[in-house]
Design a protein around this ligand. Structure first.
Ligand SMILES: Nc1ncnc2c1ncn2[C@@H]1O[C@H](COP(=O)(O)OP(=O)(O)OP(=O)(O)O)[C@@H](O)[C@H]1O
Length: 223
């Protein structure tokens, strides 16, 4: 579903990621860890074709990312839901309008019952008409998750989804991602919270990858 063969990525001629090979199977659960600045966000951006590799081959759903046209990339984006590090809401819209945006911007219908059900699932049924500025950090993150999955993607990529949350709220968010994985979704989470990884590994079979020295490696047995 996501396949990397000897992928490298450079910014302004300086190589940040090198020789990365990985096969992400449907229904799998991956953590991506590594120090700040190692390239976790960059790696995720490659996985949803926001960036293209500077070397190697990146296959998304059987298509070579470097050969995709605009329509193919738009198709890929519908199959991959992304929870961004900085939730990026439109402040003048309500929570439910923000969550529905991936549908409304592509002129697709919004089913009000499904939207209500989704907001209830992430525990925000009572906050539907609130504006982003009125939401707590945990509420924003759960809204970002709801927005990422409103198009029913096959894959969910989450970039530090628990970054500003306390431990209890982090576990709550992670349990939603675990539940999505149990429903068959492929999940990849970038985080440097090793405690969270350990907690989640008790609930789900997760593969832990680490970016160190520009390379992608399996994390040690301690995780
Ligand atoms: N568009 C860009 N142009 C040039 N350099 C960039 C660009 N985006 C990221 N970088 C640099 O690449 C490096 C890796 O950034 P990235 O955000 O991928 O790391 P990260 O592991 O996600 O970091 P963090 O854990 O702090 O979020 C950083 O040094 C960053 O400054």
């Amino acid at each position: 579903m996501i396949e990397l063969q000897h992928v490298a990525m450079s910014y302004s001629g300086k190589e940040l990621l090198t020789d990365m090979s990985l096969s992400v199977a449907p229904g799998s659960f991956h953590f991506l860890t590594g120090p700040s600045g190692a390239g976790k966000t960059t790696f995720l951006k490659l996985c949803y074709a926001e960036l293209l590799p500077t070397a190697g081959q990146m296959m998304l759903f059987g298509q070579d990312a470097t050969e995709m046209g605009r329509d193919e990339i738009a198709g890929i984006r519908q199959r991959i839901g992304v929870v961004h590090q900085d939730c990026q809401f439109l402040e003048h819209l309500t929570l439910e309008e923000n969550v529905a945006l991936p549908l409304t911007v592509t002129h697709r219908p919004v089913n009000p019952d499904e939207l209500r059900e989704l907001l209830g699932w992430v525990g925000l049924g009572h906050r539907r008409t609130a504006h982003p500025a009125q939401l707590s950090g945990g509420e924003r993150q759960r809204a970002a998750l709801a927005r990422a999955i409103i198009t029913s993607p096959d894959v969910i990529l989450a970039d530090e989804p628990t970054g500003n949350l306390d431990y209890e709220m982090s576990l709550r968010l992670l349990s939603l991602l675990v539940e999505l994985n149990r429903m068959g979704k492929t999940v990849m989470i970038a985080t440097h919270d090793l405690n969270l990884i350990r907690q989640t590994k008790a609930q789900v079979q997760a593969r832990v990858l680490r970016i160190t020295n520009r390379r992608l490696q399996a994390a040690g047995a301690d995780l």
